[in-house]
Design a protein around this ligand. Structure first.
Ligand code: KIV
Length: 295
């Protein structure tokens, strides 16, 4: 099947047509290539990179340079999916000028087609400035992991009437500021449903129930590769961790027993000249040979 390049406009079109938007994170060339071949609509180079690839305990540690490095790798593997780069902690909150400059680096150096920023109404002037600079922006509200210290942990958001109202108004503001879609993370499905009904741009849920226009998961989570913790919404769609362990265990055994590499996995010297090299090898004087090479 010949796939077409996905764009922000096509993502919005999918909502209008009632088609679900399938998105996932990726952080490197090999996975991004597989994801792209599978016809996923949008790849987020998420700052979850900080945890699932770099091993930090939260997303606050990852830097602009690290995010750009991985965005470049993903871009090299993708032909069809839309690539969105996640702006890391503080890279867009010091001031608007710096935010636009950093967003631009993801497009210019990283090869991304849009950036994602966390936050509601407060972040809208920054989004507007990015859009003025021709940079497309995805919003992110609910559990915004860059604010975990403010929330007191990775906690479900929007559980009170006030908090739910704020989320709905935040989504409206993000739409008005020009964001092309919004990630809704870890909020009750009923609130996600209301938000999805109240805006024309797509909602992409993670822990936000089935009424969102699309879904996103962290690839290392859904493949069972990152198992440090398992939020309620997470479903394992594979056990790649087990496959990797099995493969490594078999490799270890075969190397230890001398079973790998066998002839099938070895290069062969041409049979016709094998005798000559064997003779030379048997009779050579190493010292003489190396002196010859020095001359
Ligand atoms: O960083 C990330 O992977 C994300 C998704 C969970 C939406 O922000």
């Amino acid at each position: 099947m010949a796939l077409q390049k996905m764009t922000a406009q096509k993502i919005i079109e999918k909502k209008k047509k009632g088609e679900k938007i399938v998105t996932i994170t990726s952080y490197d060339y090999s996975f991004a290539k597989i994801v792209d071949e599978c016809g996923i609509d949008l790849i987020l180079v998420g700052d979850s990179l900080s945890m699932v690839i770099l091993g930090y305990k939260n997303t606050l540690a990852v830097t602009m340079e690290e995010m750009i490095h991985h965005t470049k790798a993903v871009s090299r593997g993708v032909s069809n999916a839309m690539i969105v780069a996640d702006m890391p902690f503080l890279s867009y909150k010091i001031n608007i000028h710096e935010a636009v400059r950093n967003a631009g680096r993801f497009i210019q150096e990283g090869g991304a087609e849009a950036v994602k920023v966390e936050g509601g109404t407060k972040i809208c002037p920054t989004i507007e400035a990015m859009i003025d600079a021709d940079i497309q922006v995805m919003g992110h509200i609910g559990l915004t992991p860059q604010a975990i210290y403010e929330f007191g942990g990775f906690l479900v958001q929007g559980k009170t009437i006030e908090a739910a109202k704020k989320l709905i108004l935040d989504a409206k503001s993000l739409e008005e500021s020009g964001a092309f879609s919004i990630v809704l993370e870890s909020i009750p499905w009923q609130i996600a449903k209301l938000i999805t009904k109240s805006i024309d741009i797509p909602t992409i849920g993670i822990g936000a129930g089935s009424y969102c226009d699309g879904q996103i998961l962290v690839i290392n989570d859904m493949l069972g590769l990152f198992t440090d913790f398992k939020p309620k919404f997470l479903k394992y769609f594979g056990d790649v961790g087990k496959s990797v362990r099995d493969a490594l265990f078999n490799y270890k055994i075969e190397v230890e027993k001398g079973l790998y590499p066998d002839r099938e996995h070895s290069y062969e010297f041409p049979q016709e000249t094998l005798e000559q090299i064997n003779d030379w090898f048997e009779n050579m004087d190493i010292e003489e040979e190396s002196n010859k090479r020095k001359v």
